[in-house]
Design a protein around this ligand. Structure first.
Ligand SMILES: [Zn+2]
Length: 125
């Protein structure tokens, strides 16, 4: 197996264990994959659902990090961990200079809307 295949197989085995479907030693990869691809039950999500959740989690982490940079906060803890390795616990929003590109993307449109200067806002409302 290539390294990537091995890593994927290990991920699948970990997912199976998490789902309570611990394969017996020597179980075939095909049977294990077939079992994982079945639809989920009420208390166990399907493999596809787990993959979707993983992608959503990665997206949310990316957004949280970009928003932290836009607000000048520690992307690791937002100033909530006293022993944060990145900021030592001082990284609340405004603690650092905001990243201008992220600020313009995430924060500026909100400020413009709140102030009523957006292109779709009516003046004097
Ligand atoms: Zn921090």
């Amino acid at each position: 197996m290539k390294d990537k295949d091995t890593a994927e197989f290990q991920d699948m085995l970990a997912a199976l264990r998490m789902l309570g479907a611990d394969p017996a030693p020597g179980a075939s990869v095909g049977r294990a994959m077939a079992r994982m691809q079945t639809t989920g039950t009420a208390d166990r999500p399907s493999w596809a659902a787990l993959q979707r959740l993983e992608r959503e989690n990665e997206l949310l982490i990316d957004h949280a990090e970009m928003l932290a940079c836009a607000l000048g906060a520690c992307p690791n803890c937002w100033g909530t961990l006293e022993d944060c390795e990145e900021c030592g616990g001082v990284g609340r929003p405004g603690a650092f200079n905001p990243d201008r590109t992220c600020f313009d993307h995430f924060v500026l449109p909100v400020i413009i809307r709140v102030l009523g200067h957006g292109p779709t806002e009516t003046s004097g409302a």
